[in-house]
Design a protein around this ligand. Structure first.
Ligand code: AP5
Ligand code: MG
Length: 195
């Protein structure tokens, strides 16, 4: 299996690049943000609880997202690889993911981390907020809170995979196609040694 973590701050292009990568490499896309938004759309109890935190820019509890990922790994036994987008976002999530993958006799192949400056992130998210209807994109202070959560809780996840020599930084500024090419180059230099 080839399992990728697409890592990066809010607005760095994880969702945009994931769509292209899962098509090209036929991976199963697991985005915890998208799954939580569909729970909100369906007005489930989980969605309603998560919404209170998401609208303020805070992370939802680890056990909620770990439970979601665990069920989705079980629900896709035939996948030949997963692309994790927006997960893991804390050290506890990274440790849980390693254990879940171990149970499936697989592991993370590579973490690709998109690097984008803070002002560019805010600019992209405010722009999307004009049309997306995402409450967490509408307001500068919620966007800053999301970025703060990322610095406080999520950056240690990169260290976790750096220790295993699996973290690769990729420039996330430029055109969508340029960034996609850079990501593919990193994947292709590793895919043969792993498959
Ligand atoms: P989530 O949905 O994961 O959001 P996020 O990480 O904050 O960031 P985005 O999804 O908004 O950005 P992205 O990196 O995917 O960029 P995108 O491609 O969309 O999480 C939302 C919330 O859910 C969290 O705050 C938290 O509350 C909760 N949550 C989710 N996962 C969790 C977890 N594991 N643990 C706890 N809580 C969790 O691009 C952004 C914009 O930029 C788009 O408009 C796009 O068109 C544009 N764009 C993309 N690439 C470029 C480019 N190269 N140049 C110019 N514009 C570009
Ligand atoms: Mg996203």
């Amino acid at each position: 299996m080839f399992n990728i973590i697409l890592f990066g701050p809010p607005g760095s292009g994880k969702g945009t690049q994931s769509e292209k990568l899962v098509m090209k490499y036929r991976l199963k896309h697991l985005s915890t943000g998208d799954i939580l938004r569909s729970e909100i759309y369906e007005q489930t109890a989980l969605g309603m609880e998560a919404k209170k935190l998401m609208d303020k820019g805070f992370l939802v509890p680890d056990e909620v997202v770990i439970g979601m990922i665990s069920s989705l790994l079980d629900a896709n036994p035939k996948a030949h690889g997963f692309l994790f987008d927006g997960f893991p976002r804390t050290s506890a999530q990274a440790e849980a993911l390693d254990k879940l993958l171990q149970l499936k006799k697989t592991s993370i192949s590579v973490m690709l981390a998109l690097k984008v400056g803070e002002e560019e992130l805010v600019k992209r998210l405010l722009k999307r907020g004009q049309t997306s209807g995402r409450p967490d994109d509408n307001n500068d202070s919620v966007i800053r809170e999301r970025i703060l959560e990322y610095h406080k809780k999520t950056t240690p996840v990169a260290d976790h995979y750096k220790k295993e020599n699996k973290a690769i930084m990729v420039n996330g500024e430029g055109s969508v196609d340029e960034i996609f090419k850079a990501l593919c180059k990193e994947i292709e230099s590793r895919i043969n040694e792993i498959l």
